[in-house]
Ligand binder design. Sequence first.
Ligand SMILES: [Zn+2]
Length: 301
Amino acid sequence: MTELWPRLAATAATAAFLLTSPTARAAEAQIELWDGQRAMGVITDLLRFTPRAMGEPGHQQTIDYIKAAMAKSAADAVLTQSFTAKGDDDKTIPRRIIVATHYDSIIKAYRDAKSPDDPMPGANNSASAVALLLETARVLSLSPKPDIGIDMIFFDGEEGPKSLGAGDPTWRPLGSPHFVAHLKDYYPTHKPEKAVDFDMVCDKDLKLQPEPSSLASALPEVKKFWSIGSRIAPSAFMPDATAYAISDDHTALQQAGIPSFLVIDFDYEPYFNTTQDTIEQCSAQSLETVGRTLLRYIYTP
Ligand SMILES: [Zn+2]
């Protein structure tokens, strides 16, 4: 059953959900199914829609692409925030984890020395994490159900009202605060147990550092994720935290009282928010490292 939710203007949040129900028995991850080349293909597909900023034609194409890919997965339901599902999920699924990213991209490459008004391709920021979630959804469709229900959320408007991200001094994410303001539409009685948010995960030189606000909010989960990742790709998982907190969509989830952490390789110079944020900076192996870690993390109680 669906109920029409008021559709707001172009700045409204749009989230798609992957709702999988856990089974009674313990299940194991089949991480070898997670295919970095497939994820690279998703990034290539998404780059054809650039700029994927709010109000641009590529924005709606991105939404349609994500919804079509999720519809092919084993998701129990794919919802946008224009609709709210009533009824059966909350009472049957006590444990849920949010796995999130943003799908909008910066409208222009404001940090580019030569062409600051050109489109910002956004392969790493953050087609990479959309690819991460879609490939994970595909593998979950082939796998036994984990013991925790998974809600994949693709947030809109992370790059702020001007779609300029850090290039806008008044930058603030739009979609995730909108989502948490309406949290009860999706979680009427229990908040999700925890959340993990991904952004910028395809860099060839992948170095993931724990982020301070994540350590404060979800220390055991960060430790678990880094411990699993260190066994899969020791060189990619750094033990030391970043020197400063990073705001992203996990921030609103933290403020809503959900233990939440960010997985990001924020050291992306000289490409960050330039015309050079292209598929050439991405690596299938880096995507596989993060994707396989996520998969094993999902299956680790
Ligand atoms: Zn981002």
